[in-house]
Design a protein around this ligand. Sequence first.
Ligand SMILES: Nc1ncnc2c1ncn2[C@@H]1O[C@H](COP(=O)(O)OP(=O)(O)OP(=O)(O)O)[C@@H](O)[C@H]1O
Ligand SMILES: N[C@@H](CCO)C(=O)O
Length: 317
Amino acid sequence: MSVFTTVSEDQARAWLDNYPIGQLTELRGIASGIENTNYFLSTDQGKYVLTLFENLTASELPYFLNLMHHLASQNVPCPLPIANAQGELLSALNGKPASIVTRLTGASLTAPTTSQCAAMGATLAQIHIAGKNFPMQRDNERSAAWWKATSPQLLPFLDAEAAQLLQAEIKFQALHRLQDLPRGVIHADLFRDNVLFDGDTVSGVIDFYFACNDAWLYDIAITVNDWCVTANGELDETATIAFLQAYHRVRPFTAIERGAWPITLRAAALRFWVSRLYDLHFPRAGEMTHAKDPSHFERILRNRILTQSALQRMWVS
Ligand SMILES: Nc1ncnc2c1ncn2[C@@H]1O[C@H](COP(=O)(O)OP(=O)(O)OP(=O)(O)O)[C@@H](O)[C@H]1O
Ligand SMILES: N[C@@H](CCO)C(=O)O
């Protein structure tokens, strides 16, 4: 993690006095987060996760916390943020914005099976439908305008072939308007490490801190590019079709989404190639090196370009 803010049991106890969830019984730091400080916190009434936000500010957080509250209230398996005595989902702890959410069971997967990919597809469609009546709006900060603005800083770090690919793909994507696709709330970072499973059941979707309003198909492409792939980044046809069919049963696709599928898979690959390049070459001050491999998404992008017509057939009717 970039910064770990220590919270003592006495501080947690005093902070909890303002929350209707009982008395502290256990407080244990979670080592795996890299964005925020997280603690598993138990009280005599239940199990929770306490988060101190290290980078996001108090003005950015209401969208994410209210969204989680909205989705959890509509039976999406995601953490439920707890309101304090003033009805607020966010309050300061040790000078940082902090929230407390229910702790979910399960563990993240490294190698999802076809049926787990299908369960993920159905849950993603459930999120998209439940988000329809969420009243807040947030633009996607990692969209076409962002990768266009970011790429000039990245080009000096790339060899000629990669630089050419990056520029060509940005131009190609500019010709297509993902924003015209059916849209609503999207998670926008639904990688395997952001989902907990109990057997074949999704028990928790976490880390909503890139959530925004954008094309649903873009969210599907981000998710499929991480869940339904072989070791070298090619799409696994059986897993992809299982994912898409399960999604389609909950929210049927439209014809325009079918046509845009290969292009959207490319856009989703481009987004994470650019963010991983940026994180690698411009690490935030004080950050420990957790940068993920950008070449994985360069490979995925090249593959999605080369297999465009096969991807068009990898769809559901
Ligand atoms: N509500 C929850 N219920 C159960 N476990 C949780 C919950 N929230 C977080 N966790 C656990 O804590 C770990 C770290 O949390 P999280 O991924 O949110 O950290 P982060 O620093 O915000 O993000 P990241 O490491 O993905 O950048 C998760 O991998 C998960 O195991
Ligand atoms: N899921 C992202 C990192 C967090 O946004 C990635 O794998 O690049």
